[in-house]
Design a protein around this ligand. Structure first.
Ligand code: ADP
Ligand code: MG
Length: 695
């Protein structure tokens, strides 16, 4: 009979069948297995009824009784008021929205079972809009369910009752047979069917705590299977890559690599030498390198990249180096030109803003192979760019590129290198270290090198918090700094909704600082300036002719001006943690003691507090990354949220590291000894999403 008021009204309004169906698809619930894996967010206990006399205000409860009164009341608004009696006590049911069908279902004499929240009302205890089942006099109500009732995440177009039916049908239909050979397992696991039956319809005696914190063995099976699918797809990607062929680069005595090393104005740190060796070893192999070079801001990744480029170029192959912003690309260009042109290497420069004849010349030089090193933004691998012999691609600050962009990048690289029929080696660099569990899961396909040491002579940056109201004190500090001929960054916040407002903030601050610091040059830099103007400002600041640089976050990554000793971040509470860490890394690059001032305005949200606290607590990039993961979760950590696909639905990388390890071992065994089972598992779990997980 009628179930809930809400569901009956929805079914009535919906055009036959299609709306909920579409809503299912929108939620990604297409295959039976998708539905079977759509798990409840909570449960309702409909397995018991209680006596009306035991109800208390605020209880959520289920009772049964006979309707003894049903009438429409016209008080402030029309409403249906029903009184039921369970043999001892009465309860009022109140419906503010109702249809004639309600009055029929709840006619005097009918037996009802109702469930809802109890409230103290005008006429004693009552339930407003309870869900109910009603039957004719003399007929008994259906038996109580023996399991808890699942409540699923759903959308407005998809009534809970419809979803429940769809899921129950799918559970019966779906092939949930055991696909994993028992001999590969490293621990006892619940059967998948048992686990799903359990999670959809747990017994009333279950510990709700174990279901909620996902520690129940039924949950473990799901998490394990999910992690296993992820490990399998990563390992498979790695195996696929190993079938590809790449050019082999040897280290020649007296070659470009050696000459560059000799020409550097400093000695490499031990960590730089170690990662350099790891990269060189990869480049010697005939399979394409897929390596992430991670090292905290200022740890000296650029020179390691230059040395890798020198190996490729020394072997007669081209190298492309890409950075996420023009400013950063230009800075790389200056460094690399400074290091490599004296050694006779032609460097080309490609960005989106480079147009016309200059661009044509560059493209021709790249295609002929005259330009051995190409530096730029993504423009480097756009369609028109054809390399004569691309052997190595280096991507700086790769965490800034979204997941989809990274996927596209690989394809483009292979295209750009098409004439050689070989795949280029790939080196990615990041100052945001990947936390260990993520490295084992999402990036299991990557080899990782870590620079865990800063060049000598750096003094740690002191971090200070200032309330926004102390702006004058901050400006006084800036004056001290510039009077000692040191330089200052002032970063304005990003208000994502409006670039326009960002700009206003930055412009106003620029004006204010220019007045307050008269006699010193204060510059302005923002994302909407033409590239040439940006470059001019950066050149002045980099050359020391500009004392203060007011900027939006365009300077966030990689900018290197060693004489800058003070970083002021306005509205620090609006920045992400890794962004703050990156910004702080712009100072402390020389030998002078440096300070990072985080200005904030109240009220602070809890996450903002956690971020600022982390900045005060530690300067260690790994610890920052770990806390960032804790505060934001892995989805946001990699900007995957924008792409809409959640990375992991069941497992939690922060908590499930032991399971990740098990899944890794089992994935290796499966791929080695049971490839068919491996494929079946991937198909069950990922369907069409396999591409995504390879990112
Ligand atoms: P990041 O790892 O953040 O990209 P950079 O490559 O920009 O760091 O290096 C930071 C600064 O340290 C640069 O000025 C660079 O020239 C300098 N540097 C790099 N390696 C060394 C070294 N071994 N000794 C001294 N200075 C170094
Ligand atoms: Mg860098």
């Amino acid at each position: 009979m009628t179930n809930t008021a809400a569901s009956s009204s929805t079914t009535r309004a919906a055009s036959p069948k299609s709306a909920p169906q579409r809503a299912l698809e929108k939620l990604g619930l297409v295959r039976s297995i998708d539905l079977a894996l759509h798990l409840p967010m909570r449960y309702e206990d409909e397995t018991r009824v209680v006596a009306i006399g035991t109800l208390r205000d605020g209880d959520v409860a289920q009772v049964e009784g006979v309707v003894i009164d049903c009438h429409v009341q016209i008080r402030a608004r029309r409403q249906l008021v029903v009184r039921i009696h369970d043999g001892r006590d009465d309860l009022v049911l109140r419906f503010l929205h109702f249809y004639p069908s309600h009055q029929k279902s709840l006619a005097v004499g009918r037996r009802v079972r109702v469930r809802g929240e109890v409230r103290g009302g005008f006429l004693g205890l009552e339930m407003v809009h309870p869900s109910f089942k009603a039957v004719d006099e003399g007929i008994s109500l259906p038996a109580l369910p023996t399991a808890l009732t699942p409540v699923y995440p759903t959308s407005a177009q998809l009534p809970q009752a419809y979803l429940r039916k769809a899921i129950d049908a799918a559970l019966t239909r779906a092939d949930l047979s055991e696909q994993l050979p028992p001999e590969v397992l490293t621990m006892p696991l619940w059967d998948l069917r048992a686990a799903l039956d359990y999670l959809h319809h747990p017994a009333p005696s279950v510990s709700l705590a174990a279901l909620e914190d996902r520690s129940h063995p039924a949950w473990l099976r799901l998490k394990f299977d999910e992690l296993l699918a992820q490990q399998l797809s990563q390992l498979q990607a790695k195996l696929d890559r190993e079938k590809q062929r790449a050019p082999r680069f040897a280290l020649h005595r007296g070659g470009l690599h050696e000459r560059l090393l000799a020409a550097l104005p400093f000695a490499l740190t031990a960590a730089q030498r170690r990662v350099g060796d790891e990269i060189a070893a990869d480049l010697e192999r005939a399979t394409p390198m897929n390596r992430l070079l991670q090292g905290d801001v200022g740890s000296g990744k650029t020179v390691v990249a230059a040395l890798a480029a020198a190996i490729a170029i020394g072997n007669g192959w081209q190298c492309a180096l890409m950075a996420p912003t023009e400013i950063l690309a230009e800075q790389h260009l200056r460094k690399l030109v400074g290091w490599l042109e004296p050694l006779g290497i032609t460097v080309a420069w490609l960005t989106g803003s480079r147009k016309g004849k200059a661009r044509q010349t560059m493209l021709a030089q790249i295609e002929s192979g005259e330009a051995m090193l190409v530096v730029g933004t993504h423009a480097v691998i756009q369609e028109q760019v054809r390399f004569a012999k691309l052997g190595l691609a280096i991507i700086d600050e790769q965490h800034r590129f979204g997941v989809q962009q990274r996927l596209a990048l690989r394809d483009k690289l292979v295209d750009a290198a098409a004439p050689t029929k070989l795949e280029p080696h790939l080196l990615m660099m990041s100052a945001t270290p990947i936390p260990r569990t993520l490295a084992m899961t999402l990036f299991a396909d990557l080899d990782i090198s870590t620079i865990d040491e800063l060049p000598p002579g750096r003094t740690p940056v002191v971090t200070k918090l200032f309330a926004d109201s102390k702006r004058d004190a901050v400006i006084a500090r800036i004056r001290d700094e510039v009077e000692q001929r040191r330089q200052v960054y002032w970063v304005c916040p990003l208000v994502e909704e409006s670039e326009h407002v960002d700009l206003q903030n930055a412009t106003a601050t620029h004006q204010h600082l220019s007045e307050a610091l008269s006699g010193h040059k204060v510059g302005l830099l923002h994302g909407r300036m033409p590239a040439a103007e940006k470059a001019a400002v950066m050149a002045l600041f980099g050359g020391g002719q500009m004392a203060v640089l007011v900027s939006t976050t365009v300077i966030e990554v990689g900018v290197d001006v060693p004489n800058a000793s003070l970083m002021v971040i306005e509205h620090a509470e609006r920045f992400g943690l890794s962004q703050l860490h990156q910004l702080r890394g712009r100072v402390g690059r020389g030998s002078t003691a440096s300070v990072c001032v985080l200005m904030y305005s109240t009220p602070l949200s809890d996450t903002a507090k956690a971020r600022l606290k982390a900045m005060l607590d530690t300067a260690d990039g790994f610890e920052i990354a770990r806390r960032d993961l804790e505060i934001r979760g892995p989805g946001e950590f990699f900007g995957a949220r924008q792409s809409g696909a959640p990375l992991l639905r069941f497992a939690d990388l922060a908590l499930d590291e032991p399971l990740v390890r098990q899944a890794r071992v089992v994935a290796q065994r499966l791929l080695a000894d049971h490839p068919r089972a491996a494929r079946a598992h991937l198909a069950r779990w990922l369907g069409e999403r396999t591409e995504y997980l390879k990112a």
